[in-house]
Design a protein around this ligand. Structure first.
Ligand SMILES: *[C@@H]1O[C@H](CO)[C@@H](O)[C@H](O)[C@H]1NC(C)=O
Ligand SMILES: *[C@@H]1O[C@H](CO)[C@@H](O)[C@H](O)[C@H]1NC(C)=O
Length: 618
């Protein structure tokens, strides 16, 4: 986005609402709920323009030809804009709203307030937009993955974005320069791998047909598109040139990292090495857990969970009549051919079998009104985590996709394939996503900008604890659904669960309690089934995204606690499918508001089942 456009946008937003209000005054008093709805819609329109890739990912194609501005003053302007929205939403008379609208108002206010709380640390987070886990260097396929390729306009849009990418990369370098000059850089572990990523990308351009910015868009996608044959050659020639310019920009980034950024990386591992580091980490935890838990509380909860899960593991080992330690068991599994497959195709076949033949047929026992939107399992195009889910669109034209990492079939034991399936697809991320997409909640609640983790907490909330808590709770639901059909599969589930419990200990350890990398890796080695190499990447991830990894366990524990409360209070009137609908149909929200939602629902069910007995309702 150019600065001229930004100015125009700000002016438009500043004046339009006033015009609307005064014309209304002449006709009728606008209901308060309508004021809220309109403000939410206006906010959404602004978000779509401000974050055009997010706009594309939700199926809105109006901004498909632009890329987000990474210019340093964008962040200041965005903060001003959000503060303006917050003051307008704060002026809304809460008492004139019903219970559902009040919750909506509180979610909206909290959404904006969380952004502003995080934005006070802009000068630490937004200035470090490059790391080994995300962005155009780590995942150059992302842009093409979410864009449509059918008409000539689609290809022109994509080409426009490619043409703008070098400018964006140069803006990122400018941000890194600020980080270096202010001494607010990442630790080297977060960036050391980036030059190799760039090299591998640039090498692929020796044959442009291999470059992920060029293919499959301008190869197979163009071949099967509606674009007239006569126009294809010129599109390809322009794309070829664009890719060349992108490479040049990537090489500038690499040179900057090596010459200036690496030597200036922070020497402390965690963020506590920054001035204000402790307060910064507390904000990170709050952003991701959506609670007020202190680092000490998170750390202690982790230790307690690790011990509890070890108890479950030992019970399973007893049933298996395995006499060694937990660690010995997992070491044995890692090298036992019975628990491995040989090919990527076989891994995909197993995931498809688990998801579509085993889990789906059982879902109706604990869910109702399940939206009918498509799901696909696809191989992950890069060597990322074990699995990743990308939401589809509400009209079903883009399916939800579970990207499974199938690159190392022989090294990965399959005992965790069931819990991963439950987590990424149903009842986990996919089911959560399709309930949200088809519900009537405002769009900013239904869609999550699953991007720019480096920027958190200085950005809009994504309710990590709700989203990842739900997915981890889904791994647990696999037990009730009868999906873990033997103790080996159960041990796979426990290993995934203890992994998330360890994160509470290690993330706080690294960022708050001064742990070094070896201590963190050793703690994970002692308590999980993973290899040293995998755990090193894992620990470097915690260092790069402070607090993020703690949200899974915190959210899961809260959802289980709310379910227990509802069961206790409603007794025989408790319906699990209804409880799940309450959680899922309202989309992601902070855990304290989720708690209020469930409490309100409990009161309503009580009033319906014991009419007149509840003075709070009616
Ligand atoms: C950072 O990592 C790069 C790449 O491995 C290395 O060349 C450089 O020496 C490291 N710098 C520091 C300060 O550790
Ligand atoms: C994998 O390959 C080995 C060696 O060829 C074979 O013994 C084993 O049965 C194969 N495993 C599977 C699951 O097909």
């Amino acid at each position: 986005m150019t600065e001229g456009m930004m100015l125009y946008l700000t002016l438009l937003l500043a004046f339009t609402p006033g015009v609307l209000c005064s014309s209304h005054r002449h006709t009728r008093q606008e209901p308060v709920s309508e004021t809220l709805t309109k403000l939410e819609q206006e906010f959404w329109e602004w978000r779509m323009l401000d974050a055009p890739m997010f706009s594309t990912s939700v199926g809105e194609s109006r901004h498909n030809d632009i890329v987000e501005s990474f210019a340093p003053d964008t962040y200041t302007q965005r903060k001003v804009q959000v503060a303006d929205y917050l003051s307008r939403v704060s002026a809304i008379d809460r008492t004139a709203l019903d219970q559902t609208q009040r919750l909506d108002l509180d979610i909206f206010k909290g959404f904006l307030q969380t952004f502003l709380d995080g934005a006070q640390w802009n000068s630490y987070f937004t200035v470090n937009p490059v790391n080994f886990l995300e962005g155009d260097t780590a995942d150059p396929t992302r842009m093409a993955t979410i864009m449509p390729f059918s008409t000539i306009g689609d290809f022109e849009n994509y080409l426009q974005r490619l043409l703008k990418l070098p400018g964006k990369i140069d803006q990122e370098i400018q941000l890194l320069e600020i980080a270096v000059s202010t001494g607010r850089t990442l630790n080297n572990v977060s960036v050391a791998g980036v030059p190799d990523q760039i090299d591998s990308l640039v090498q692929k351009t020796a044959h442009v047909d291999n470059n992920p910015f060029y293919q499959p868009a301008f190869t197979t996608r163009l071949d099967s598109s509606q674009v007239p044959l006569a126009k294809r050659a010129s599109l390809r020639a322009r794309a070829d040139k664009a890719v060349y310019d992108i490479n040049e920009a990537m090489l500038r980034l690499k040179a900057y990292l090596q010459k200036s950024y690496f030597p200036a990386t922070r020497t402390s591992l965690g963020v506590s090495g920054w001035a204000d580091g402790k307060a910064i980490y507390e904000t990170c935890l709050k952003f991701h857990t959506t609670t007020d838990m202190t680092p000490q509380q998170v750390h202690d909860l982790g230790l307690k969970e690790v011990a509890r899960i070890q108890g479950n593991m030992n019970a399973a080992l007893k049933r298996l009549q395995f006499s060694g330690t937990i660690k010995e068991f997992y070491d044995k599994i890692r090298t036992d051919a019975r628990f491995h497959v040989n090919t990527s195709e076989e891994v995909l076949r197993i995931f498809n079998d688990y998801i579509f033949n085993r889990i789906f047929p059982k879902l109706s026992t604990m869910f109702k009104d399940i939206p009918n939107l498509p799901l696909k399992v696809e191989p992950m195009p890069f060597d990322g985590p074990g699995g990743q889910y990308a939401s589809g669109t509400p009209d079903g034209s883009v399916p939800g996709i579970f990207y499974a990492n199938v690159m190392h079939p022989k090294q990965k034991a399959m005992i965790s394939a069931m819990s991963l399936s439950l987590h990424e697809t149903v009842p986990g991320h996919h089911l959560q996503s399709i309930y949200s997409l088809t519900s009537t909640i405002p769009k900013y609640r239904a869609f999550v900008e699953d991007d720019h983790y480096y920027r958190m907490p200085a950005t809009f909330p994504i309710n990590t604890a709700y989203l990842e808590g739900w997915a981890l709770y889904s791994e647990y639901l696999g037990e009730e659904l009868g999906m873990y059909t033997d103790d080996y599969m159960l041990m796979g589930r426990y290993s995934d669960e203890i992994f998330r419990a360890c994160r509470l200990v290690v993330d706080t350890g690294l960022h708050y309690f001064g742990w070094n990398r070896d201590r963190a890796i050793q703690y994970m080695l002692d308590n999980t089934a993973e290899s040293r190499q995998g755990l090193t990447v894992e620990v470097d991830r915690y260092l790069t995204w402070p607090g993020q990894a703690t949200a899974y366990k915190i959210g899961e524990i809260k959802i289980k606690e709310l379910r227990q409360r509802a069961t206790d209070q409603l007794g025989t009137h408790f319906e699990l499918a209804d409880f799940h609908s309450v959680i899922l149909q309202n989309g992601g929200m902070p855990l304290n508001l989720l708690e209020r939602l469930v409490d309100d629902w409990i009161a309503k069910v009580k009033a319906m089942t014991h009419p007149g007995s509840d003075p709070l309702v009616g």
